[in-house]
Design a protein around this ligand. Structure first.
Ligand code: 13P
Ligand code: SF4
Length: 317
C-alpha cells in the first residue's frame, strides 16, 4: 500500500498519457497529496474540476466529491481510485427522506452540504461546503424558511453565525468529526493555553470550542471554526507556536507543510476517515492504468442537481 521509489514519476507519466488531472482532498494520505496536481478542500476542488482543461479527472477523495465533479463536468471522464470510498455523513439522508421533509415544509429553501449523494442534490436548491455555508445561507432572503442538511453541527454553526431562527437542521453527522468530543478538546486546550484551536464545523466539539471562548477559558481570538481550506490560510498567517487541530488527521500534512515553524497537533489522533484512506498509492496506480473506477451520474439526476452545485461554486469567491 505504500509508494515505492519511482512511484510518483510513474503516476505523473500515466496522468500525462491519459490527459488526466489528479485532484486530492486535504484528508488524503500524504503520498497521494504530494503526487496530485492540486490539493484542497471540497469547494476548491469542485471549482478546479469545473474549470479544468483535462479530459479526465482523477478524484482522490470520497465518492460524493467525484460525483460533484461529474455533475459539473459531464463531458469529462471522472475516475475515483476506489468507488467504495463513501461517507457516513452523505449516508445520513436519502432522497426519499428529503422529499418527506420538504413536504412538511412547503416553500422552504433546501440547502444541502456538498457531502450528499447526487440524488439528494437533485432535490436541492443550493449546495454549500463548510467554506461557504454561512455565505450561502446569508444569500437567501431572511423571511424564507430554510432546510439545512445533513450535518447537525455545521447547521448549528450556520444558525449561530447567521442568527436565522427559521433554519431547520437535519440530525446527520460524520462519524469521524462527531467522535472528536468536547471533553477531549477542553482537556487539550487547558493543557496548552497558548495554542490556537482550529476546529472544523462538522465536529461535535465545535459548540464546546465556542463555549470555551464564551466562558473565557480560552480567549475568543484563539478559537477558529474553519473549513480545511480555511485552516490552511490561517496556518500561513498564525503567530502562535502551537495549534490544536480538530478535524480528520490527514489535514496535518498540509498544515505542517504550510508552516513548518508551528507545532500542529491533533485534538484526537484517532480521527482518521477510513473512506478517505481507501485511496492508496496502489489504487491510484490502478485507476490510471485501467481507467477505473469510472463515476457515472444519470443524465436526469445530474441535470436536476447541476443548478444547485453551480450556485455553490459561485458563492463565496
Ligand atoms: P472541507 O474540505 O470542505 O472542509 O470538508 C471536509 C470534509 O469532511 C469532507 O469530507
Ligand atoms: Fe465523510 Fe466524515 Fe469522511 Fe469527511 S471525514 S468523508 S464527512 S466520513
Amino acid at each position: 500500500l505504500t509508494a515505492g521509489p519511482g512511484w510518483a514519476e510513474e503516476i505523473r507519466r500515466l496522468a500525462r498519457e491519459r490527459d488526466a488531472v489528479v485532484l486530492a482532498h486535504n484528508y488524503q494520505r500524504p503520498e497521494i497529496q504530494d503526487v496530485a496536481d492540486h490539493t484542497g478542500d471540497s469547494l476548491a476542488l469542485s471549482r478546479i474540476a469545473a474549470a479544468s482543461d483535462a479530459s479526465t479527472i482523477v478524484f482522490c477523495g470520497v465518492h460524493f466529491m467525484a460525483e460533484t465533479a461529474k455533475i459539473l463536468a459531464p463531458d469529462k471522464t471522472v475516475l475515483i481510485p476506489d468507488a467504495r470510498a463513501g461517507c457516513s455523513l452523505a449516508d445520513s439522508i436519502t432522497a426519499d427522506e428529503l422529499r418527506v421533509w420538504k413536504a412538511e415544509h412547503p416553500g422552504a429553501v433546501v440547502v444541502s452540504y456538498v457531502n450528499t449523494t447526487a440524488a439528494v442534490k437533485a432535490e436541492t436548491d443550493v449546495c454549500c461546503t463548510s467554506s461557504n455555508a454561512v455565505e450561502v445561507v446569508r444569500s437567501i432572503p431572511a423571511d424564507r424558511e430554510i432546510l439545512f442538511l445533513p450535518d447537525q453541527f455545521l447547521g448549528a454553526h450556520v444558525r449561530r453565525e447567521t442568527g436565522r431562527e427559521n433554519l431547520h437542521v437535519w440530525a446527520g453527522e460524520c462519524h469521524v468529526h462527531a467522535g472528536i468530543n468536547g471533553a477531549e478538546l477542553t482537556a487539550r486546550a487547558q493543557a496548552d493555553p497558548e495554542a490556537d484551536l482550529f476546529v472544523h464545523p462538522e465536529c461535535g466539539c465545535a459548540t464546546s470550542a465556542l463555549y470555551l471562548a464564551g466562558a473565557g477559558a480560552v480567549p475568543a481570538d484563539q478559537v477558529h471554526i474553519l473549513s480545511t481550506g480555511g485552516m490552511l490560510d490561517a496556518a500561513k498567517n498564525t503567530t502562535r507556536r502551537s495549534v490544536l487541530v480538530a478535524t480528520e488527521v490527514g489535514m496535518l500534512h498540509q498544515l505542517r507543510r504550510a508552516n513548518p515553524d508551528v507545532d500542529f497537533r491533533p485534538v484526537n489522533d484517532r480521527a482518521s476517515c477510513g473512506y478517505m484512506k481507501m485511496i492508496t498509492p496502489g489504487a491510484l496506480t490502478r485507476a490510471l492504468v485501467e481507467g477505473r473506477d469510472e463515476v457515472h451520474v444519470d443524465a436526469d439526476t445530474a441535470a436536476r442537481a447541476r443548478g444547485a452545485v453551480q450556485r455553490m461554486i459561485e458563492i463565496g469567491r
